[in-house]
Design a binder for this molecule. Sequence first.
Ligand code: IMP
Length: 428
Amino acid sequence: MANTIVVGAQWGDEAKGKIVDYLSDHVDMVVRYSGGNNAGHSVTVQGVEYKFHLVPAGILHPHLLCVISDGVVIDPVILMQELQSLQARGISLSNLKISGAAHVILPWHRLQDELEENARGEEKIGTTGRGIGPAYADKAARMGIRMAEFVHPQRFAARLQTVLAHKNRLLTGVYGAEPLKAENILQELETAAKWLQPFVCDTALLIHNAASRHSVLFEGAQGALLDIDLGTYPYVTSSHPIAGGACLGTGIGPKMIDRVIGVAKSYTTRVGAGAFPTELLNETGSFIRERGHEYGTTTGRPRRCGWLDMVALRYAARINGLDALALGHLDVLCGLDEVNICVAYKDGSGNTLEDLPSDLASRTDLTPVYERLPGWHTDPAEAAYWHELPQQAQQFIQRVQDLLNIPIATLSVGPAREQTILMRPELL
Ligand code: IMP
């Protein structure tokens, strides 16, 4: 067993839930360490699809302890509803723990998210509108309210008075919005606070103890290129989806991490605004979107689609320290005569860039340099082994591995748990 971090190696939506679910058999604990209900993944088990926003996908395995740790921001009503719907489908919640140090998304955060986006005009980030950025901003400003306070009625009411006074000055003074009333917020959130209270505890020691047995899976949300520091700022989320975020968001030291697995699609998608050099604004982009059902799990927004970008993927491999890659969505590319891989960018002066520039978000002069490979017309969705894949798909995968210089541990050929080809099981 190993303490393993699973991270998104692109701009999110890489189907990390599937690989987390797959690896869950080999650990005692699964920890969700960053982000909030801006994330969403679907996992299909025995033909039944489960959608998650905050709860670790590991909850489907009764032997696991599932933790929502310090680094996550929690919308209490959404979490309660997600848990209730799992319960209604017969999933036990007895193995769930929520960190008392996780920050709470409160009604003003969602409001602020919307007002700030509107105020950005043409420069909208395209947030999910879930209050994520404002909640993390308040955490950094030491104005946040944490789960341990939230589930304690008197402490929550007292903190609310102080914080709301400040928030109302902001809402009314800067944005000309109506002030929020403390009694309405208390009423709105009372049920969720009571409902979630039994799950809230100090999770840092719990995670440390499981990590000492090398038995923890750290489940990343979003993707490396959305990291607040290392992503395509400012078109990023406000947390640390990268592997380093697993330490920050749980209280585990980096030496306890045994391996990091990156998850990527065989192409690239992005939701919201921001640089996307390999974006396809043509019928191939639409083909990928429709075949790959590339619509947000959380917001339903159509995802922007493009060719696999090895410049971005190599960067993600570097900043996460990837040991292996789980490459997915190979079935989606089936039916194309030609498949492209971006191996570098050309800048406005004709220079070739093989490394992602830190100012990518503001670069308008970059064009992708493509390698063109033959496509495949036999659907690999039924393939259970490498030798059952179409030869052109094998060539594509081999090329990705060579360009990345990191081994591919698994291939995914469809959403179901069974649609996974094990290439290097010893790396998992
Ligand atoms: P926020 O996290 O809602 O503040 O959104 C900031 C940016 O991150 C926007 O471009 C979102 O579309 C993007 N984003 C946030 N969460 C996800 C996700 O789970 N998948 C893909 N994009 C995401």
